[in-house]
Design a protein around this ligand. Structure first.
Ligand code: ARG
Length: 460
């Protein structure tokens, strides 16, 4: 059995101690990164005169062999290996011999190793999650493009508010998802510093070159402070937030799909491939993708808050508590890697009933604001115009008609400025076309927005 410590211990760990301490059941995914780190470390040891050129060659050959055996599954951790680093040390000693293999540990600690490898794993994961998010954005863009002219009741408080283009609504979701992608990129720039060379906490006395290791492992620079490098996990908490926020944004889309596919709304129908049935009710078609999205967003929030609680009040530098940093992040990434393709599939195949949405667009007096704003353009102060439009709603509601069905006399009685010309804005199309300020729902503005979203996807 290989142990990375033991000289000062008379006995090995108790079984329960070893069971508590072990982490290979989750940190084994760091193995390829650990080996990459070992290669870089071997090179700086050589540069510092601590390995000969021949030893470096044999060390790299042993690491290559280990990497191949890890990839093929020929080499796996055992119950006795405390963590991924311990297991790979054993694998290296088996392949390079204990004399040469035992030289690689000089000038590094699992503390600077794990902080580096975790960053590497997360940086790759961030790229995968960003790509999956862009697939969801593309599904929304495809629907927006297909339904350029479709209208719907825009809502606030879930109540009918003002008519909008369906494309405008769908593109609203692309904006928040594109910000999620931006956030992952921004995070990456901050996470791209390498703790390798920090040692246990104080740095190395062996003349190693942390900048060279950083460059070889794809980092922009080494950390400025070895204590910070080994003790900080804000990079993990920050991406846990990015992932939780993405989950929350996805949950808002999911909630709408759940509502839109009810009999009462009837805005959309789920494709069979992205819905499930009931074991007892033959008629059921359930929006499970959307519900799992909504549910898992809670889990992503839990992973963030759990990690923050773990980090709170830990004194510098490394504490074993920090081993608890990995599982929440591995889980958040795994959940999103399950969710994102399913959401993209569900959204991309959703069939909208645009006739029903159009029919409902003016319902609930959604054009009342248009009366008020029309009066403002006629020179009436908004306070008066708001009152007048409200009174129109009252009269129309009392008579059970729409705002466009009020007679000339009824309009004039509400306010003398209200002439028959107001009816020009009392259509859904007129209302939507009139909201033509930047970012508004007018078809021309939405077309521009769509183009910009497509450009942003291409620029990624
Ligand atoms: N497995 C540990 C972690 O994930 C790294 C090992 C550091 N252990 C130690 N006793 N210093 O944080």
């Amino acid at each position: 059995m290989t142990k990375l410590w033991g000289g000062r211990f008379a006995s090995g760990p108790a079984d329960a101690m070893a069971a508590l301490s072990a982490s290979t059941h989750f940190d084994w995914v760091l193995a390829p990164y650990d080996i990459a780190g070992s290669r870089a470390h071997a090179r700086v040891l050589t540069n510092a005169g601590l390995l000969t050129a021949d030893e470096l060659e044999r060390m790299l050959a042993a690491l290559d062999a280990l990497e191949a055996d890890v990839a093929s599954g020929a080499f796996t951790p055992t119950l006795a290996d405390e963590d991924v680093h311990t297991a790979l040390e054993r694998g290296l000693l088996e392949r390079a011999g204990t004399e040469l293999g035992g030289k690689l540990r000089a000038g590094r600690s699992r503390n600077d190793q794990v902080a580096t490898l975790f960053r590497m794993w997360l940086r790759d994961a961030a790229r995968r999650v960003a790509a999956g998010t862009l697939d969801v954005v593309e599904a929304l863009v495809a629907q927006a493009t297909e339904h350029r002219g479709a209208v719907m009741p825009g809502r606030t408080h879930l109540q009918h508010a003002q008519p909008v283009l369906l494309a405008h609504h769908l593109l609203a979701h692309t904006q928040s998802l594109l910000r999620d992608v931006d956030r992952l990129h921004d995070w990456d720039a901050r996470a791209a510093v390498s703790p390798y060379g920090s040692g246990a906490l104080a740095g190395s006395s062996l003349g190693l070159d942390p900048a060279k290791v950083a460059a070889e492992l794809g980092f922009a620079a080494p950390v400025e402070n070895s204590i910070d490098g080994t003790a900080s996990r804000d990079f993990a908490a920050e991406i846990a937030f990015c992932l939780a926020m993405l989950g929350v944004n996805l949950s808002r889309i999911a909630e709408e799909v759940i509502i839109w596919t009810t009999a009462e709304f009837g805005y959309a129908v789920l494709d069979d491939a992205w819905a499930t049935g009931s074991s007892i009710m033959p008629q059921k078609k359930n929006p499970d993708v959307a519900e799992l999205t909504r549910g898992k967003s809670g889990r992503l929030i839990g992973n963030l808050t759990g990690l923050l609680a773990t980090l709170k009040a830990q004194p510098l530098a490394y504490n074993r508590d920090l081993q608890e940093d990995k599982e929440p992040l591995f889980d958040s990434v795994a959940q999103l890697e399950l969710l994102l393709p399913a959401i993209a599939g569900m959204l991309g195949t959703l069939r909208f009933d645009t006739a029903r949405m159009a029919e409902l667009a003016p319902a609930g007096f959604t054009l009342a604001t248009d009366i008020a704003e029309w009066l403002v353009r006629e020179g009436v102060p908004f306070r008066v115009a708001h009152e007048a439009a409200g009174e129109c709603v009252r009269v129309a509601e009392g008579r059970g008609v729409g705002l466009d069905e009020l007679t000339d006399a009824e309009l004039a009685q509400v306010n003398p400025h209200l002439t028959a010309k107001v009816r020009e804005v009392l259509t859904v199309a007129g209302s939507i076309a009139s909201r033509d300020g930047h970012g508004g729902t007018a078809p021309a503005r939405v077309a521009e927005q769509l183009e910009r979203v497509v450009t942003r996807i291409k620029d990624q």
